[in-house]
Design a protein around this ligand. Sequence first.
Ligand code: C5P
Length: 396
Amino acid sequence: MLKGKNVLLAITGSIAAYKSAYIVREFIKKGANIKVVMSESSTDFITPITLSTLSKNPVIKDFVKDKNSGEWNNHVDLGIWADVMLVAPATAHTISKLSNGEADSFMLATYLSARCPVFVAPAMDLDMYKHASTKKNLLILKENGVSIIEPDSGELASGLEGKGRLKEPEDIVNHIYDYFLDKATLKKNKIIITAGPTHEMIDPVRYIGNNSSGKMGFALAEEAQKRGAEVVLITGPVGLETPYGVKRIDIISAEDMLKAIKKEYSQANVLVMSAAVADYQPITFSDKKLKKKNEEMSIELKKTPDILRTLAKLKKKQLVIGFALETNDEKNNAYQKMKNKNLDAIVLNSLNDKGAGFGYDTNKITLLTPNKELEFDLKSKMDVAADIMNFIEECI
Ligand code: C5P
């Protein structure tokens, strides 16, 4: 849920500021991008160099970067960059300034520029936290749409006991994680996605295969995972990195792919077959490398199992989507496939469209269902994956 999210952490001058290093670590471990802004007084408790090293980004404290050249830090850009802003620890002083909309520091101006959701994690002594002014200021923040991550009760830096301890870093990060999970549009869905070619072995070194790169299927898996789905990616031999948070199963042949899908199918509610499954496999497999002999040779082939057809017959709750890569009479062929394989929808790519098909980073698709046709422009495979996932969301 946090992979690739832009997190803006604002640190203010509390002894709990030392914990912000752990907050940064937790976000980085979960795959987020993180930038840190600091108030002047927070640097008495933790140094910018600690935070810039952990966050892998320069820390910003002041508007002016270089007085001589006039270079400055842009709070507006930072506010737009952020998917979420977190003020942790937030002192009583900062909470007061945030609630009044003051902008006399870079951090405060960034808060006013932020278009994203803002979370504030207070940290202070118990009496400051209980004070009517703090309560009023926190109420104003809530009314302004800010979420408050309530402090814990326990031993405080003053030696007193009570409510005011900054929430533990792991709990703060989980709080933000839950926020994104709650917004995730495909949560509680299990989606099987197939990708790449299959290799039908002739002997230990040779196979029948095709040029599928697997890029489209991997983009679909990444997009579905970002939207909170549980994703199983069943892939033929490809040289691609597994998208974060995706369960990957590597297979070689069409028969392997069918077996792997069958194991996952009953718990899934969506199957997207973007794999370019070989249509034929050798009737026999030679366990020794075949030797060159005659001028000509032939290999006897039989059909591979039609995975989609087999699974569409077993289907209960599943939405089943196939792919069709065509060179001529594209729409008719795709409609025919959708009917023969009993699919809910088919994604058509035409090899006549420039930039579409195997190996490209772009694709141009038409989505066909028994009663509608959706045509899309040439886009990056990531954007095509988003269009297909939007369609899936509508269907389910
Ligand atoms: O049958 P054809 O290969 O033209 O159809 C393409 C669609 O069928 C793709 O979604 C592909 O993954 C799937 N397919 C299959 N089993 C096969 C061959 C293709 O499920 N043996």
